[in-house]
Write a protein of this length. Structure first.
Length: 242
């Protein structure tokens, strides 16, 4: 996790949901997308200049800071779409961004493919969202990389943690979600004390308020895109090994 997600909200809706009081850094409005894939442009919420929040557009997958050219940047990015909360503070690719550039990633929901022994057969796609229909806020980190030609590319990774509760019956990992009251502390670039930042990621009920349901395998192809991807799929009796 997390390898695909959806965002059906417009920029104005995101600004309202995340109380972004400052002007957006986004140069354009991203289209509604029900099948967002790695290396694609996504929105992030980051700290503003006057203690507010701003919206920016980055590509999904953190570019390794030592990348020498565009080919290396693309390769490293595709391998760093997620950062494990257990090691994000020490991995060379993520450490600096974790210390200085943290963000939230808005989403309507995300997809997971069943890997655990539970209600669903292996590789059954499942869609996870908030039960109250508000936007999800993935916890993330972001950075900027400059190419040899001087082109600046912004990128981000989503932080994941071990799955909790019923979600652990679908997959062993899930995105890290922080309580709303911790958002400002997380986004504040002035907070750079490692143990304090790690304590912010310690959430007792990370699955609170989430719901999920099985969907069709349409999401398996990046060519498919539309609200039909999240329509609930009626399944027969649960499959087990016994």
């Amino acid at each position: 996790m997390c390898g695909r997600f959806a965002l059906s909200a417009m920029l104005t809706d995101i600004a309202e949901e995340f109380s972004t009081l400052e002007s957006s850094d986004s140069p354009w409005n991203l289209p509604v997308d029900w099948n967002i894939k790695p290396t694609q442009d996504i929105y992030i919420i980051k700290a503003g200049e006057n203690q507010g929040r701003r919206i920016d557009v980055v590509s999904w997958g953190l570019i390794a800071p030592w990348s020498k050219n565009g080919v290396e940047a693309q390769r490293s990015q595709s391998q760093a779409i997620n950062a494990r909360f257990e090691s994000v503070h020490e991995k060379p690719t993520f450490k600096r961004a974790f210390t200085t550039s943290r963000c939230l990633v808005p989403a309507s929901g995300y997809y997971e493919w069943a890997t655990e022994l539970g209600r669903y057969k292996s590789k059954q796609p499942v869609f996870i969202s908030r039960a109250d229909s508000h936007l999800l806020a993935f916890t993330g980190i972001y950075s900027s990389w400059s190419s040899p030609e001087g082109v600046i590319r912004k990128s981000a990774a989503i932080i994941t943690r071990p799955a909790f509760g019923d979600l652990a019956k679908v997959h062993d990992r899930m995105p890290l979600f922080l309580p709303r009251e911790r958002w400002d502390e997380w986004l504040d670039p002035g907070n750079n004390e490692m143990e304090y930042l790690r304590s912010l990621m310690d959430v007792s009920k990370p699955d609170e308020g989430l719901r999920y349901w099985p969907v069709r395998t349409l999401v398996n192809s990046i060519r498919n895109n539309g609200a039909e991807l999240i329509e609930p799929l009626e399944l027969g009796e649960p499959e087990t090994l016994f």
